[in-house]
Design a protein around this ligand. Structure first.
Ligand code: NAD
Length: 256
């Protein structure tokens, strides 16, 4: 409780999945939380549920690929909550699974727009407010796909590799201003993204879920809270000496 009291956080892609768990855990730890997402119904419902429980949470409809929307929403959240301390660049899409020689330019560009440009816009427009606060934490969702090859998901791998090194570059750039930047690399986490992916690649969802879980040495998939607790830690002053780190939370997937 109260590990994040006095802090304001923004979570992009915060309406469902990993982002939703980050919103819930950070709010429960005392942060004021702004949810940015294109899913307005889900985002509004989450904000009002958490507000009804006594937390300070609000939703903004933001497409992270649109710089004007991102800048305006960050300024609105800062205006409403009185500052910014934590930016979680979580919004992401997987793209269609297919080998590189089948990927269209439009498919490639869409994945880079959300997963790479979205992180850049979030970082760019959060920095002035983190600087004004005197310190800050930027947490970028990469993936095991930003560390190793899994196969048949070229645009996603390229995007998550980019996020890994954007995080390290920004960690070095902003460390003198006490703004920390770290990347998280989840294995398979049971969210709408993974469920949709498995539905399109297998006729038997339960069998596909078990198979996807079994590739992790720990024997099963993770859950959104497995990531959210790391986000709470990185957002908190407990992690004040942690920057430029790449944190794999993958049930041992990349330990081999
Ligand atoms: P999800 O699809 O379940 O949720 C993603 C959220 O991002 C949704 O609410 C969606 O509406 C939002 N979003 C998508 N495009 C957006 C846009 N242009 N603007 C604003 N919001 C947008 O995904 P998830 O599984 O919760 O993944 C969250 C992050 O974690 C992603 O960056 C993903 O690549 C990464 N990740 C997930 C897994 C996994 O197994 N679930 C593994 C590794 C990395």
């Amino acid at each position: 409780m109260n590990r994040l009291s006095g802090k304001t956080a923004i979570v992009t892609g915060g309406a469902v999945g990993i982002g939703r768990a980050c919103v819930e855990r950070m709010a429960q730890e005392g942060a004021k939380v702004a949810i940015f997402d294109v899913l307005a119904a889900e985002g509004e419902a989450l904000a009002s549920d958490l507000a009804a429980q006594g937390h300070t949470v609000a939703f903004w409809r933001v497409d992270v690929t649109n710089e004007t929307e991102m800048k305006a929403a960050i300024e609105a959240a800062v205006g409403q909550f009185g500052g910014l301390h934590v930016m979680v660049n979580n919004a992401g899409i997987s793209g269609s699974p297919k080998p590189t020689d089948q990927v269209t330019e439009a498919e490639w560009d869409q994945v880079q727009a959300v997963n790479v440009k979205g992180v850049m816009f979030g970082t760019k427009h959060a920095i002035p407010h983190l600087r004004a606060a005197g310190s800050g934490s930027i947490i970028n969702l990469s993936s095991i796909a930003g560390l190793i090859g899994v196969g048949n998901l070229a645009a996603y791998h390229a995007s998550k590799g980019a996020v890994r090194l954007m995080s390290k570059n920004d960690a070095v750039t902003y460390a003198p201003e006490q703004i920390r930047v770290n990347s998280i690399h989840p294995g398979y986490i049971w969210t709408p993204m993974v469920e949709n992916h498995l539905r399109t690649t297998s006729p038997d969802l339960e069998a596909a879920k078990a198979a996807a879980g079994s590739v992790h040495p720990i024997g099963h998939m993770g859950e959104p809270d497995d990531i959210a607790w790391a986000v709470v830690w990185l957002a908190s002053d407990e992690a004040k000496f942690v920057t430029g780190a790449e944190i794999a939370i993958d049930g041992g997937y990349t330990a081999r």
